[in-house]
Design a protein around this ligand. Structure first.
Ligand SMILES: Cc1cc2nc3c(=O)[nH]c(=O)nc-3n(C[C@H](O)[C@H](O)[C@H](O)COP(=O)(O)O)c2cc1C
Length: 171
């Protein structure tokens, strides 16, 4: 169902993939995991390795999985999954079984990561990461004061930089 390909063959427009299509951040393993929708992040190169950066507020259930685990996936889906991604971006895994509510079908991938990771059937692109570093995003570092408007509740993001260990496409 998924084919592993070299990450440097990736040629899609990551800006529209993130901002318009959104993606699921999934942390944990097959015994216990949580997934949430995201639209912010970045990919690039750090410490001579390909990386995927995500930002997760400490109020998210997914945050506790990232804090106690060491790997995560970022999965992109076609338009027909919009309803499922909307649900995963509105409700918390603390209160709902997101798999049961959305009919997303989990798939465990042996992805060269510290432990097997979870994605879902139907994903078109799946990035599998080991967490390399965590960076709290704090207001005393904001150069642009307008950024403060994103944190009226003081629910600051932590940025997780993950080494991309593998990249899978559908098929
Ligand atoms: C389009 C969209 C993008 C989002 N992007 C992020 C994000 O980048 N970081 C974040 O912390 N929350 C983001 N959220 C909010 C979380 O997905 C949402 O709070 C979710 O219910 C958290 O689930 P959890 O508590 O199970 O982790 C986004 C929500 C939507 C709808």
């Amino acid at each position: 169902m998924f084919t592993q390909v070299q990450v440097d063959t990736f040629t899609h427009n990551i800006f529209t993939m993130m901002a318009d299509r959104w993606f699921l951040i999934t942390a944990g393993d097959e015994t216990s995991f949580n997934t949430m929708t995201a639209a912010w992040g970045s990919v690039g190169v750090m410490w001579r390795k390909p990386v995927f950066n995500i930002v997760v507020r400490h109020t998210r259930h997914t945050y506790s999985y990232l804090e106690k685990g060491s790997s995560f996936t970022c999965s992109f889906f076609p338009e027909e999954y919009r309803k499922a991604l909307s649900f995963c971006g509105k409700y918390s895994g603390r209160d709902y079984d997101k798999v049961a509510e959305t009919s997303l079908v989990p798939v465990t991938l042996d992805a060269g990561t510290n432990h097997p990771v979870v994605t879902f059937e139907g994903a078109t692109d799946v990035f599998c990461m080991d967490i390399a570093s965590r960076t709290p995003i704090l207001p005393d570092q904001f150069i642009d004061p307008a950024i403060g408007s994103f944190y009226k509740e003081k629910d600051y993001h932590t940025m997780y930089t993950g080494y991309i260990r593998s990249y899978f496409t559908a098929g």
